[in-house]
Design a protein around this ligand. Structure first.
Ligand code: PXP
Length: 248
């Protein structure tokens, strides 16, 4: 199976909120999130990913609602485990949910979800989502304990947090890649789907593609950044071209 790309379009909404947070119903609100999603799909993206944060700093409730109606591929909702966001997910019914840790002060999702420590609180959320037909993935650091806990809790997939790798240099970077590879092998042995995301860009993707068993990458910031120069469709096509020769 070929490696799939989910485009995270949160930062298209970041740009819109920079100007229109207080006046969402103004004329000419831009950039249009739905148009961005449909350009991603036209370019061949396999899914659209958004993170509805508790502080609504970029994606708004209405965005998720409207994306649900217009996304033709699949919708992946990243969310923290709170009753408020869970209720929205159960109403919207995205194809996939990726459970992420959420801390109000962070600039973006920083560490992975601690499935071991939060097992009791996460388990009913996963069960409710899966009973509603939603596939659930856990956004975790590449540690064997977190992979094992993700299996034990009944997740369908893990998304390996590639942020530490993306930020590291030299030997530390090779070490991070090794942790990611080992976690991917272990998750595959446990029959968990292996996804990856965070901090992946047009350059470091070459090393990401050295990881085994990858099913899906979720990439946001670098694609949206590139899109400001070449347009969303070209930016997505370029990333898909970089991913083309992947062999799991
Ligand atoms: N996957 C998850 C679970 C995330 O939280 C994020 C950031 O929102 C991404 C992927 C995309 O990260 P980036 O914007 O760095 O590509």
């Amino acid at each position: 199976m070929s490696l799939k790309l989910g485009v995270n379009i949160d930062h298209v909404a970041t740009l819109r909120q920079a100007r229109y947070a207080e006046t969402p119903d103004a004329e000419n609100v831009e950039p249009d999130l739905l148009a961005a999603a449909s350009e991603c799909e036209r370019a061949g993206a396999h899914g659209i990913t958004v993170h509805l944060r508790a502080d609504r700093r970029h994606i708004q409730d209405r965005d998720v609602q409207r994306l649900r109606e217009s996304v033709m591929t699949k919708l992946n909702l990243e969310m923290g485990n709170t009753p408020e966001i869970l209720a929205i997910a159960l109403q919207i019914l995205p194809e996939d949910v990726c459970l992420v840790p959420e801390n109000r002060r962070e600039v973006t999702t920083e560490g992975g979800l601690d499935v071991i420590r939060n097992f009791k609180q996460l388990e009913p959320t996963i069960q409710r989502l899966q009973s509603a037909g939603v596939r659930v993935s856990m956004f975790i650091d590449p540690s064997p304990g977190q992979v094992e806990a993700s299996k034990k809790i009944g997740a369908d997939a893990i998304e390996l947090h590639t942020g530490a790798f993306a930020n590291a240099t030299g030997k530390a970077r090779e070490q991070e890649l090794k942790y990611l590879a080992e976690a991917a092998v272990f998750a595959d042995e446990l029959q968990l789907q292996v996804n990856a995301g965070h901090g992946i860009n047009y350059t470091n993707i070459r090393d990401i593609l050295r990881l085994p068993h990858l099913a899906e990458l979720n990439i946001g910031h670098s694609i949206v950044s590139r899109a400001t120069f070449v347009g969303m469709e070209t930016a997505v096509r370029e990333m898909l071209a970089a991913m083309r020769d992947y062999c799991a």
